[in-house]
Write a protein that binds this ligand. Structure first.
Ligand SMILES: NC(=O)c1ccc[n+]([C@@H]2O[C@H](COP(=O)([O-])OP(=O)(O)OC[C@H]3O[C@@H](n4cnc5c(N)ncnc54)[C@H](OP(=O)(O)O)[C@@H]3O)[C@@H](O)[C@H]2O)c1
Length: 263
């Protein structure tokens, strides 16, 4: 409250709920993205379930939303690294739900190796999806987010973008780039009362972590104070907070959700 007893800022009615908010979640066919789409829909949002190739799994996510959540869902195939496909996703979003209010840039890949084994192709492929993909989607939905009453962009970074990691120079660069991008977009969106933040997960039980050899997994675990890997639902909770009105005074930040792992 101000000294005059008036609130400085009136938080709108989607503080606790996402009812009637349209949320676009990239890479929502499986893993963290699938749980984000379900979590946002469980809180009332209409969700766009984007995928690249897992059509059946994206359809399962949309079917869950239609059956179990107050929100509605559509699936949209689009490779986030391809600007024309992303533009088409924006058109399909507008046809189904109108303007997007929330963009969750979650889609990501790894192509790991020691630096001397990361050739130009591995470098470019990871940057194209993880960083340029974030640019492409932000570009396609930027006018929506600016026009929305408290629009939200939530970008998926990683503990690896914050701290670096052996064998992931391309991935670390892409995820660190996402943090810098987000801090800048946050400043530019601020006059419109829209926000942009990152979530930086630690090591989360998805297909991406399943690709990591057992011996390396054991080494990672030794360094996690909570003594376990995270679950996708635990990342989805953080994204829901940043997508909602509850995070109205938070922008340009990186929320680390990593079991207490030191950077
Ligand atoms: N798991 C972790 O430990 C961890 C830790 C830190 C950060 N992250 C980040 O969290 C995000 C999700 O990771 P995850 O573990 O859930 O990964 P995942 O299980 O491998 O799922 C990746 C998702 O991204 C989609 N995708 C990949 N390339 C795409 C493209 N070019 N265009 C559109 N969609 C694409 C996939 O679609 P298809 O199913 O159609 O291929 C899938 O839905 C990523 O950005 C990742 O870097 C993960």
């Amino acid at each position: 409250m101000s000294c005059l007893g008036e609130p400085f800022f009136t938080v709108t009615n989607f503080t606790m709920t996402l009812t009637d908010r349209t949320c676009v979640v990239t890479g929502a066919s499986r893993g963290i993205g699938a749980e984000i789409a379900k979590e946002l829909a469980d809180h009332g949002a209409n969700v766009v379930v984007n995928y690249r190739s897992s059509e059946a799994r994206a359809a399962d996510v949309a079917a869950y939303v239609e059956a179990e959540s107050p929100g509605d869902a559509i699936t949209v195939q689009a490779d986030v690294s391809e600007p024309e496909e992303v533009e088409s996703m924006a058109e399909q979003t507008h046809e189904a739900f109108g303007q997007a209010d929330v963009l969750v840039n979650n889609a990501g890949i790894t192509l790991d190796g020691r630096f001397e084994n990361i050739d130009r192709e591995k470098w470019k492929t990871v940057i194209d999806v993880n960083l340029t993909g974030v640019y492409n989607c932000t570009d396609a939905f930027y006018d929506d987010i600016k026009a929305s009453d408290q629009g939200r962009i939530v970008n998926m970074s990683s503990i690896v973008g914050e701290a670096g990691n052996f064998g992931q120079a391309n991935y670390a660069a892409s995820k660190a780039g996402v943090i810098g991008f987000t801090k800048t977009i946050a400043r530019e969106l601020a006059p419109k009362e829209s926000t942009a933040n990152c979530v930086a997960p630690g090591f989360i039980e998805t297909d991406m972590l399943a690709d990591v050899p057992e011996k390396i997994r054991e080494g990672i675990l030794e360094d996690i104070p909570l003594d376990r890997f995270g679950e996708p639902e635990e990342i989805a909770d953080a994204v829901r907070f940043l997508a909602s009105g509850d995070s109205s005074y938070m922008t340009g930040q990186t929320l680390s959700v990593n079991g207490g792992k030191h950077l």
